[in-house]
Design a protein around this ligand. Structure first.
Ligand code: G3I
Length: 409
């Protein structure tokens, strides 16, 4: 049974559990930062389960706990995290505690919001880069790369008003989008290593989303966005990014048709971003691996772009009666195992030259979008690698174990 949720214009499909649960210029074959499973690190075994429930208050002034071996040192793939900036809650620039763990463990940043369409291109003739520039400078100053998110996304206010109201036929619209994509990618050429070029263009039933872009251009905007992004920055890796492609066969089928078409016609695409907003009990590791494999066989890169794993799954039959309101040691260790298994599945399925990396969607638990969205601010959850105090959770050890080729337990 499928449930479709609407939130801020986002359509998120979650599948309920029945038991409780060649391309252009050779672009899609471009080289990558290849990696192999790194040696293990026994130093990581000292991470203790984090303390109980997260408060919803940022705690940047809390006592700093010692940090384990940096995740980024355990592998050569990009290890990323999405962060907030400017006026957002949990703005990384307001929290030295957040900066400390981010710069220690990660070597890639994604802007959780501030590089979306309405932020970078709020008016037709005005691009505003100042805030994104500050984040990119922060990344550069700390030896981190930046993954750009996202050049074209349908979601509600993320599409600037002027664009929503843009008047013109298909040719006019494609020209307008060409300017949007090319201007931004050219500006950030050399500063952004990869882009989510088009985000969430396919519905869960395999049809193309009836976004403003589709309404104006059919699905032509998708391939044109890749062509224009490549023109703006011929070096950056270009991804199609979406959720639930690992669990919805119809969605995957349309994606595969699109990819095969792009490859056959030399449309410059490098890979597929799997958002991976998943659950403790769904989907199975076998399902995840099979989906990665569909991309790998096309010689395209696979990037986990938005990984988070909440403890509660509101689509399980036991919810809300069995809702977890405390992060017990047992749950924290189960989450550690789950994170480990997901990252291990990625490393086992995706060959080194096709690994775009793994990004966690947020830093500390209370900052996660899932608290407000999935749980409607009714209770906490603990989907990320750090607790409210920016202390490492066992989940971080789980990622470390996978990167170190250690058993998941
Ligand atoms: O920054 C303003 C703040 O000034 C204001 O007081 C507050 C009041 O509502 O809103 C703040 O903006 C919020 C913004 O996040 C920054 O925190 C928006 O309301 C809120 O809609 C926005 O939600 C983001 C959502 O995308 C929609 O853009 C989430 O943080 C972000 O995690 C989420 O990320 C998406 C990916 O881009 C695509 N894949 C799914 C993923 C999760 O939904």
């Amino acid at each position: 049974m499928n449930h479709i949720i609407q939130f801020f214009g986002i359509s998120l499909l979650a599948t309920a559990l029945t038991a409780c649960g060649g391309g252009g210029s050779g672009k899609h074959k471009s080289s990558s930062s290849a990696s192999s499973r790194a040696p293990s690190s026994s130093a990581l075994s000292s991470i203790a389960p984090s303390s109980t429930a997260a408060s919803s208050t940022p705690t940047s002034s809390s006592v700093a706990a010692s940090l384990s071996v940096a995740l980024k040192t355990l592998t050569t793939i990009p290890i990323g995290v999405a962060v907030s900036a400017t006026t957002e809650s949990y703005n990384i620039f307001d929290s030295t505690a957040q900066q400390r763990v981010v710069t220690h463990h990660f070597n890639q940043l994604t802007a959780g919001n501030i590089m979306k369409m309405s932020y970078l291109h709020p008016l037709e003739n005005s691009f505003t880069y100042t805030n994104a520039d500050a984040l990119i400078d922060f990344a550069s100053d700390n030896g981190m790369s930046v993954h750009g998110h996202a050049l074209i996304w349908h979601s509600d206010y993320q599409v600037p008003s002027w664009m929503k109201n843009y008047v013109g036929d298909k040719t006019v619209w494609l020209a307008m989008l060409e300017n949007h994509v090319k201007t931004i990618t050219a500006y950030y050429s050399g500063k952004v290593v990869s882009w989510d070029v088009v985000n969430e263009a396919i519905n869960d039933d395999g049809s193309y989303r009836n976004s403003i872009f589709f309404q104006k251009t059919d699905d032509d905007y998708i391939e044109q966005a890749f062509i224009n992004a490549h023109e703006g920055d011929p070096i950056a890796d270009l991804y199609y990014n979406d959720y639930s492609i690992e669990v919805d066969p119809e969605k995957m089928a349309t994606l595969k048709t699109m990819l095969d078409d792009f490859i056959a016609r030399d449309v410059p695409i490098d890979g597929v971003g799997f958002q991976m907003h998943i659950y403790m009990d769904y989907p199975s590791i076998a399902t995840i691996k099979a989906a990665f494999q569909e991309i790998v066989v096309r010689d395209l890169k696979v990037k986990i772009t938005e990984l988070d794993i909440p403890i509660n799954n509101p689509y399980s039959s036991g919810y809300p009666g069995n809702v977890k309101t405390t992060l017990t040691t047992e749950l924290a260790l189960a989450q550690k195992k789950r994170y480990c298994e997901v990252v291990a599945a990625y490393l086992e399925t995706v060959p080194t030259n096709l690994r775009g990396g793994v990004t966690i969607w947020g830093v500390n638990d209370p900052s996660s979008w899932l608290i407000s969205f999935l749980f409607d601010d009714e209770h906490d959850d603990w989907p990320l690698l750090f607790n409210a105090n920016y202390n490492e959770k066992p989940a971080l050890q789980g990622v470390a174990d996978a990167l170190s080729n250690q058993p998941c337990n």
